[in-house]
Design a protein around this ligand. Structure first.
Ligand code: ZN
Ligand code: ZN
Length: 684
């Protein structure tokens, strides 16, 4: 019998590519089976081969047929991404003013969009095995009894129908995680295909929560997504999420852009955390995208925090979000720590520690309890200085200091820039006047650690910061020694402040928080309050026992009367938020106004400023307000001078409409400098 040839179809595929050039590109497709939107295609772009995402299949193109290139192949082994997922990327692209391809493609693992399919085929063949959990704590298998506030919270969240945004406002140690776990258990039991996405702010918080999830849901596949994974792992976990096999997805901010076909709930833990905002490329807020995604899918989203962002708090004031409160610590009889403000004018610090903090440390050591010292400054000392001539160790490439870092051997000591990574060995004498007596000024975590060894030679001391945990897995190992009780005094930066549940910790010392009180950044006090509340919350999380010290937090400050410290002392976040919001409203600042920031960098400052001035000359609508261009607070970085232009509006829609018209005009200037735009900037 003669085989009847199938009909050849000819269509135009609209493709999104990972290039800053344009939104979409049209390609010609001829064949028997029509490709679908959401499939990936191999094609040539210029002289290069690339993989792009099919976002539309249509009959016509503005480009003449004979100018259109043909698709080389369709990647049909990869399951199609949903139109909801493409819509999410489209929204993010439009809102943050980037091409769709720059949003969609980088959020797919490289192996899935590589020119060769070897790694993808391998990942697809391999059955997804449950990730190994380092230690399974049998006690955690049985869900603990919830207190009344937790029960109510669980009930309200699981009963929510359709889209609802809920702030779970719980003091530190109030058992927010347990609420998430029990909500998850009920939703997963009710819907046999439901997926739940849990976002956490930091990679080093994922192992602890992953362990909890794995012990509670041993039968389920849990996918983990964060930027610290190898490409192979990322591919396997992403595919497990994309295929719907993984029911629980735990990740950092990038996980909000994962393809999740049966997503039914999003949880954003520590929603106030600045690390939910991406600081380069597509400068998105994972928290804000979570809200959008929940709304689009008509599902609930839960934002958890002890110190919510003022944006979120304002939304609960205006009833756009509902609010559930966990006012007490979850463990029976565990109470919030007593906050003591130590006046540095009266109790002079020695080695950075006041006598009050020193004797509190001593009494913890005697009782075998753990203490935590918090200093958000890594390295040995923030600067090296010469008293004779005033020389300071400045970075020649940035407008900042070189930080002194000590190492095991003296020859390894270095001056290092925290902004551009420039390094120098320690000079023997002052480079300007030759004075041999140059001294470190101020203190970082390394120096406090060194002093602690001198003051308490018998104590087991551990330091956790970005320097001490450079090697993969070392942060987790360091935290585990604390959990096992092998550390008496832990000193650390904000890495130690979040999420960790240290059972035996009764004292927190905050060494030098004042500098954040007087910076230009209007968000500095909000961040400081959150950081101090978080780190204070590490103390006294276990039940109070006889003979064990009551938990205490010592804050060493020159400004004990400052309103921020006074509200912190009373654990009074609502009061703090109310005061801040009043100030923001009076000063016309977010969340009462919407902002975008145009940044420019050039070899010389005047070039960056000139570009921004030119950008500001374009006709502005009446409801858009443009400030004067100014140098950025860190004006020079890696030999580039940087300036910024702030644009504001009372209407988010007006700002969006304006940006959409404005940006193409900026490209038309053909500036020979680099520039970028951030919508809803967090660092101004
Ligand atoms: Zn000198
Ligand atoms: Zn530098």
């Amino acid at each position: 019998m003669k085989k009847i040839p199938k009909l050849q179809i000819e269509k135009i595929l609209q493709i999104a590519l990972d290039t800053p050039l344009n939104q979409f590109f049209d390609y010609l497709w001829r064949g028997e089976e029509l490709p679908k939107v959401g499939q990936f295609a191999l094609l040539t772009f210029g002289r290069r081969e690339m993989v792009g995402l099919i976002v539309d299949v249509k009959s016509d193109s503005e480009v003449p047929r004979d100018k259109l290139k043909s698709i080389i192949a369709i990647r049909d082994q990869l399951p199609v991404v949903s139109s909801e997922w493409i819509d999410l990327c489209r929204f993010a692209a439009e809102y943050y003013q980037r091409p769709l391809g720059e949003v969609a493609l980088p959020s797919i693992p490289k192996n899935c969009r590589a020119l060769k399919t070897t790694a993808l085929d391998k990942a697809l063949k391999k059955e997804f095995r449950k990730p190994l959990v380092a230690h399974i704590d049998q006690e955690k298998n049985e869900p603990p009894q919830l207190n009344a506030a937790q029960q109510l919270a669980v009930q309200e969240i699981v009963e929510a129908e359709g889209y609802t945004a809920t702030l779970l406002f719980g003091v530190t140690g109030s058992g927010k995680t347990e609420v998430y776990l029990q909500v998850a258990a009920q939703l997963l039991a009710r819907n046999s295909s439901a997926q739940i996405l849990i976002l956490v702010p930091e990679i080093n918080l994922t192992p602890q929560l992953q362990g909890n999830l794995q012990t509670r849901f041993p039968e389920l596949i849990i996918a983990v997504l964060h930027s610290g994974m190898s490409e192979g792992d990322r591919t396997r976990h992403w595919l497990a999420a994309h295929s719907g096999k993984a029911r629980l997805i735990l990740g950092t901010r990038l996980a909000i852009l994962a393809s999740l076909p049966t997503l039914k709930l999003i949880i954003v833990d520590e929603e106030h955390d600045p690390s939910y905002k991406q600081q380069d490329g597509l400068r998105y807020s994972a928290r804000d995208l979570a809200i959008w995604r929940a709304k689009q899918l008509n599902i609930p989203v839960v934002l958890g925090s002890a110190t919510p962002s003022l944006e979120t708090w304002q939304h609960t004031n205006s009833r756009r979000y509902s609010k559930l409160c966990l006012p007490n610590r979850a463990v029976n009889s565990a109470v919030l720590p007593a906050m003591r403000l130590i006046d540095l004018a009266k109790d002079k610090a020695q080695y950075g520690l006041t006598s009050a903090l020193m004797s509190a440390l001593k009494s913890r050591l005697q009782k075998g309890e753990q203490s935590l010292l918090y200093l958000n400054r890594r390295g040995y000392a923030p600067v090296l200085a010469c008293e004779a001539c005033g020389w300071m160790s400045n970075c020649t490439r940035c407008s900042s200091n070189l930080v002194l870092h000590k190492s095991e051997s003296k020859s390894g000591h270095r001056l290092r820039c925290h902004h551009c990574s420039f390094e120098l060995p320690i000079p023997q004498s002052c480079p300007t006047c030759g004075n041999a007596d140059i001294q470190p000024l101020g203190r970082g975590t390394q120096r406090i650690e060194e002093h602690l060894h001198l003051i308490f030679p018998e104590a087991r001391i551990s330091r956790i910061d970005a320097d001490s945990t450079r090697l993969k897995g070392s942060a987790q190992a360091a935290f585990e020694t604390v959990h096992r009780g092998e550390v008496d005094i832990l000193i650390g930066t904000q890495m130690v402040a979040k999420g960790h549940d240290f059972k035996n910790l009764t004292l927190v010392g905050i060494i030098n928080p004042d500098s954040a009180l007087f910076t230009q950044d209007f968000r500095a006090s909000e961040r400081l309050f959150a950081q101090l509340m978080q780190v204070s919350g590490r103390a006294g999380r276990a039940a109070q026992k006889e003979g064990v010290s009551p938990s205490e937090v010592f804050i060493q400050t020159r400004y004990p009367q400052h309103p921020l410290y006074q509200t912190l002392k009373n654990h009074d976040y609502p009061r703090f938020a109310q005061e801040c919001l009043k100030e923001r409203q009076q000063a016309d600042l977010p969340p009462f106004i919407f902002q975008a920031l145009l940044r420019a960098e050039a070899k010389e400052l005047h070039m960056a400023i000139a570009f921004l001035k030119q950008a500001a000359t374009i006709d502005m609508p009446e409801d858009i307000f443009v400030h004067d261009p100014i140098p950025m607070s860190l004006m020079k970085m890696a030999n580039l001078e940087r300036a910024q232009l702030l644009i504001e509006s009372r209407s988010r829609t007006s700002l969006q409409t304006f940006l959409k018209k404005w940006l193409p005009q900026l490209s038309n200037f053909k500036p020979r400098i680099s520039w970028s735009l951030e919508v809803d900037p967090v660092d101004i």
